[in-house]
Design a protein around this ligand. Structure first.
Ligand code: UDP
Ligand code: MG
Length: 310
């Protein structure tokens, strides 16, 4: 019998874990494989760990968990989960049922059918129903921007809900970078991916762990990790500004020769200085962002720290 690992990051999810577990148990007979659960407790401060300990005891070795020493973020949790999974096939999903378990059998059959030459079945939402308007707006903007700037394609609405072969997961965990952006890594490693689309489902219980600010930082992370074009941008801006100021210089010199030098031009001078100052700061800021990432990467910090594992 083959083994399917279900990797589930959890952060303060005491309300949703039992619902999730029951929902998956209900459909598991439709999959002709053994199943193991790999829960990651991402430093939860509620009863999440107790529930996981309980499930581990009751299930007789089907439910495994890793508990972090503190909250390391979903990316770290996913990485830990992929590392602990032993399955021939591995699926990553959220615990709040926004990734419907009813898709699991279909994903399994697609991957398993020898006529299909797929290594991965990924999912994306076709709608953002039930999500705040501005959040959707900025999400769309982010996907537009990153796809414009980067060579790695990041699909709009792509979820971290995907089933992969062992081979692909090995490639993903080989990539041990500190600044992790899974959507980028999954796309970057390549392999043949089949996309399934579904309508957005709202969270079953509890509430979202992503504030607007957290998402904003995460999207900057994604852009920095998958493109260096902003760095070129500042050089291009510099060259452009040099060109413009050279032309302005010529203009001023010729004008001074032709018409003398009336004492004027104070406002325009201030405008030019502030504009240039702003551009220089912007360019410096962009470089600073990348240097910060290099700094963190060279420290070779651990991506997560385990406190308890079963
Ligand atoms: N999550 C996590 N660590 C975090 C934040 C979230 O492991 O720091 C998990 C969370 O428990 C859930 C998944 O990531 O299983 C998605 O989180 P959530 O549903 O809050 O995000 P949303 O669906 O609102 O984007
Ligand atoms: Mg959710």
């Amino acid at each position: 019998m083959e083994l399917l690992s279900i990797v589930v990051p959890c952060f303060n999810e005491e309300a949703t874990i039992p619902i999730f577990y029951d929902a998956v148990e209900k459909i598991r007979h439709q999959i002709d494989a053994d199943i193991e659960y790999c829960f990651i407790d991402d430093g939860s401060r509620d009863g999440t760990l107790d529930i996981l300990r309980d499930l581990n005891k009751k299930s007789g070795g089907v439910v495994h968990y890793t508990s972090f020493s503190r909250n390391f973020g979903k990316e770290a949790a996913l990485y830990a989960g992929l590392k602990m999974a032993k399955g021939d096939y591995i699926v990553t999903m959220d615990v709040d049922l926004q990734d419907p378990p009813s898709l699991l059998p279909e994903m399994w059959h697609i991957l398993h059918n020898p006529d299909n030459d797929y290594d991965c079945v990924a999912t994306r939402r076709t709608t953002r129903k039930g999500e705040p308007r501005i959040r959707s707006f900025f999400a769309r903007l982010f996907y537009k921007l990153i796809n414009e700037l980067s060579d790695t394609e990041i699909v709009d609405g792509a979820r971290d809900y995907r089933m992969m072969t062992r081979q692909m997961v090995n490639a993903v965990i080989q990539d041990s970078e500190y600044n992790r952006f899974s959507k980028g890594i999954f796309s970057w490693v390549g392999f043949h991916t089949k996309w399934l689309a579904y309508e957005n489902v709202e969270r079953s219980a509890g509430e979202t762990k992503w504030s607007f600010w957290k998402l904003f930082k995460y999207s900057i992370e994604g852009i920095l990790a998958y493109t260096t074009i902003p760095l070129y941008l500042s050089s291009i801006m510099g060259i452009l500004m040099c060109g413009v100021s050279f032309i302005a210089l010529l203009f001023i010199v010729i004008r001074a020769f032709a018409f003398g030098d009336p004492v004027a031009g104070w406002p325009s001078l201030v405008c030019i200085i502030t504009l240039l100052g702003g551009l220089v700061l912007l360019a410096l800021g962009i470089m600073g962002l990348y240097i910060a990432k290099i700094y963190l990467e060279t420290k070779k910090r651990q991506i997560f720290i385990v406190r308890e594992k079963k």
